[in-house]
Ligand binder design. Structure first.
Ligand code: AMP
Length: 328
């Protein structure tokens, strides 16, 4: 029998694995059509807590030349997270989901202590997805005794917006994402457009520091009334939940007005005023260049993204939306 060269072997092994994932997904669809639980047919994701166990799994895949996608999360998973996992499986044969509530991205006055921790439910939710590995490291693995290094994005997409109210935030995110990239060594990593500035900051960092990971953005999943899915939505009271979609509506209205030629500064001022009147406390409501996040004064300067953060009671909501390109 002719011997395969290693590239052919790798390609073959990759396509066999992809075929397995595709087959599992097809079976899941079939099962749901027959009202059987799709989780019976998708392979159970394996749960690992230690770096060494993780390395053993990923080394096997890498040795076979198979690519790895990482979906970093803080858990309390919802359909928005699962959309990232499903997209990841379309792009790579192996999907690792990390779950870690990262203390360094919370300021002392923020919600680290009460952030939802629902590992069992998260793993159960991932059973209905093509995730293969759940990496849930403990605090000691991520921040061992004496830990004293920090990756701090400065300038570029990290300027302003979240950094004004949460100056510690991107330092915490960049440090943990760098560690996760080093531990998992993925080929690609998926981040939600829901946290648009974070997506751009991580993309920039991966490029600046030659991390060798392709960062991919995934569109925001929303409730039917427009509210972006978020682990923090569970903090909203009944009346706050009713009001919350006003943030998305304000973004959509402002985007339509700017696309229609209205002056940006006036549109933003009106949106802030309308949100204040509705009971929000607005942190920011701004127009930025969609790729660089540089401030932008006119659609002629490039594609525009509107980004907003506002508090409803004690819950801080963030959201963003693209301004459609002006019709020529
Ligand atoms: P978190 O657990 O909140 O840190 O989020 C983990 C990842 O899921 C981040 O890349 C988020 O941007 C992404 N994500 C959170 N909510 C949504 C959503 N509604 N739609 C799409 N992605 C989301």
């Amino acid at each position: 029998m002719p011997k395969m060269n290693s590239a052919t072997a790798q390609g073959k092994s990759k396509s066999i694995h992809s075929a397995k994932v595709v087959a599992a997904r097809a079976a899941a669809l079939l099962a749901s059509a027959h009202r059987k639980s799709p989780t019976e047919l998708l392979p159970m994701p394996e749960r690992v807590h230690g770096r060494e166990e993780l390395r053993a799994r990923t080394a096997r895949w890498r040795a076979a030349g198979e690519s790895i996608a990482l979906v970093p999360t803080m858990g309390a998973l919802h359909e928005g997270h699962l959309a990232l996992v499903r997209r990841a499986a379309e792009l790579a044969p192996h999907v690792v989901v990390s779950i870690f509530v990262n203390p360094t991205q919370f300021a002392p006055n923020e919600d680290f202590g009460r952030y939802p921790r629902t590992l069992e439910a998260d793993v159960a939710a991932l059973e209905a997805t093509p995730a293969e590995l759940v990496y849930a490291p403990d605090a000691e693995t991520m921040y061992p005794e004496g830990f004293s290094t920090r990756v701090v994005p400065q300038g570029g997409p990290a300027d302003g917006l979240e950094s004004i109210t949460r100056p510690h935030f991107f330092g915490g995110v960049a440090t943990i994402v760098t560690k996760l990239f080093n531990q998992v060594q993925p080929d690609i990593a998926l981040f939600g457009e829901k946290d648009y500035q974070q997506l751009r900051v991580v993309e920039r960092m991966a490029r600046d520091l030659d991390l060798g990971v392709r960062v991919i953005g995934v569109p925001t999943l929303r409730e039917s009334d427009g509210l972006a899915l978020s682990s923090r939505n569970r903090y909203l009271s009944f009346s706050e939940r009713h009001l919350a979609p006003v943030l998305h509506r304000a973004l959509a209205d402002a985007a339509a007005e700017i696309a229609g030629g209205a002056p940006i500064a006036a549109v933003l001022a009106e949106a802030r005023r309308a949100l204040d009147m509705s009971g929000f406390t607005v942190d920011y409501f701004e127009a930025r260049h969609a790729e660089t996040l540089a401030p932008i004064a006119s659609p002629a300067e490039g594609p525009i993204r509107l980004l907003a953060a506002a508090k409803l009671g004690s819950t801080r909501l963030i959201d963003n939306l693209a301004v459609p390109a002006p019709a020529h």
